[in-house]
Ligand binder design. Structure first.
Ligand code: MV4
Length: 444
């Protein structure tokens, strides 16, 4: 096992990794920007190194500064968390070249899954269902017309280097195909430095259901059930839960097996998530996320498995002790993302917390780096806490979440707590009757 690891992240996920490390007897190094000198991850780590000015590109994305910090503190491994450098295959390669273990999958897996066209092709070969679409990058307007006619409208144009919903264009009629194609290509070039796009049949009312995977370095790959992440606004998830309210045991087994097959096809290691669109009884591969995700706690609550500890152990070369047959999904878990945002307009609202009390009691977990009098800097993501509950049934989990949201006091800034209180009493939400368009309709 590692003696010391460096955490190349901030906020709640940095704390989550520090906590897992401490329980494994590993010493921790925090890195931070000048805006984060008073941040909780700096206080909780054994050591800290300032790596640059507030802007992410000069600090949390500053590869030479982070590798130097690992070198001077003798850290043997780097945990990237999520966001920032977590899915940067060049960074994973540079860690390896510097003799530092990257706590995540191989650079090869990250690169392959980062190319959504290659990922799609890999899934087809592995027998994982995908929506009808183009095999390769769209080469010409004629090719786009031909493929769209073949699969039928509506279609969706996606960037090969995209993901997470960025740069997608939905096309309802042939008349708008070519202009959408032009826009998609130029947006892809501007956002990702790569104008390559592909076309898929557009699925109108899907649920977003994803399978959590866990793998070691010895070809052992298991799945830990699913999360329903359909409650999103502009591709930002706001509520996640496990299990998915409409998935049968039979469907879970099928989807889980497909996700494992997907991972086997690329010799996947460490943790990962396979995203599917669920449309009635059919599911289709969307993308694979090669990192620990924000919403991992709901899976931890229903399986009793510590995903961050497992990922550190896997990276250290330990053989996985958990077997697929040991996995049981127990009860129901829900996570609400609490953002420092206006609860109606969702505009960021950084500033000083003045009055803070966290909820507690049975089945309540708060993953947060916030504390009373903490000043939320304006430079980073607005998520300040994840409130996670676990109960025997979904109904009890909703009641528990409403109770915990009532206990949560965050004063001095605006948060999305009032939004969650309202949404959790919505009839359709309570009935589990929603898809990825739910919030667009709900918010009007
Ligand atoms: C789709 C889709 C419907 N049809 N692809 C969004 C994130 C990325 N992982 C894939 N995404 C989607 N891909 C096809 N062929 C619907 C989504 C989607 C979505 C689209 C518009 C608005 C909100 C959405 C939320 C989740 C998924």
């Amino acid at each position: 096992m590692f003696q010391k690891i460096l955490i190349a992240n901030r906020g709640e996920i940095a704390l989550r990794i520090i906590r897992a490390s401490k329980e494994l007897g590993i010493r921790t190094v925090a890195v931070h920007s000048t805006a984060d000198s008073e941040a909780m991850h700096v206080k909780l780590a054994d050591e800290s190194v300032c790596i640059g000015p507030p802007e992410s590109r000069y600090s949390y994305l500053n590869i030479p500064a982070i590798l130097s910090a690992a070198e001077i503190t003798d850290a043997e491994a780097i945990h990237p968390g999520y966001g920032f450098l977590a899915e940067n295959s060049a960074f994973a390669e540079m860690c390896q070249a510097a003799g530092i273990k990257f706590i995540g999958p191989t650079a090869r897996s990250i690169k392959l899954m980062g190319d959504k066209i290659k990922a799609r092709e890999t899934m087809i070969k592995a027998g994982v269902p995908v929506l009808p679409g183009s095999k390769n990058e769209i080469g010409s307007d004629d090719e786009a017309r031909k493929i769209a006619e073949e699969i039928g409208y509506p279609v969706i144009i996606k960037a090969a280097a995209g993901g997470g919903g960025k740069g997608m264009k939905i096309v309802h009629t042939p008349a708008s195909l070519i202009s959408s194609l032009m826009m998609a290509k130029s947006e892809a070039q501007a956002s990702f430095g790569n104008s390559s796009v592909y076309i898929e049949k557009f699925c109108e009312r899907p649920r977003h259901v994803e399978i959590q995977l866990l793998a070691d370095n010895y070809w052992n790959i298991i799945h830990l059930g699913e999360r329903d992440c359909s409650i999103q606004r502009r591709h930002q998830k706001l509520i996640e839960e496990s299990p998915c309210p409409v998935l049968t045991d039979k469907m879970r087994d099928k989807m889980g097996k497909a996700a494992v097959a997907a991972a086997q096809a690329v010799n996947y290691t460490n943790v990962g998530t396979v995203e599917f669109l669920l449309d009635g009884d059919n599911f289709y591969f969307m993308e694979m996320n090669t990192r620990i995700q924000v919403e991992h706690p709901v899976t931890e609550m229903v399986t009793g498995i510590d995903l961050v500890k497992e990922q550190i152990k896997a990276a250290a070369g330990e053989r996985m002790k958990i077997k697929q047959k040991d996995i049981r999904i127990k009860g129901h878990s829900i996570e609400c993302r609490i953002n420092a945002e206006d609860p109606v307009k969702f505009t960021p609202c950084p500033g000083r917390i003045d009055g803070y009390h966290i909820p507690g009691g049975p089945g309540v977990r708060v993953d947060s780096a916030a504390y009373n009098h903490y000043i939320i800097p304006p430079y980073y993501d607005s998520m300040i806490a994840k409130l996670i509950v676990h109960a025997d049934t979904r109904e009890e989990a909703i009641a528990r979440m409403l109770r915990a949201l009532d206990e949560y006091v965050i004063e001095g800034i605006k948060t999305t707590i009032p939004f969650h209180k309202k949404l959790l009493t919505d009839k359709d939400f309570v009935e589990g009757n929603f898809d990825t368009n739910f919030l667009t309709r709900y918010l009007g």
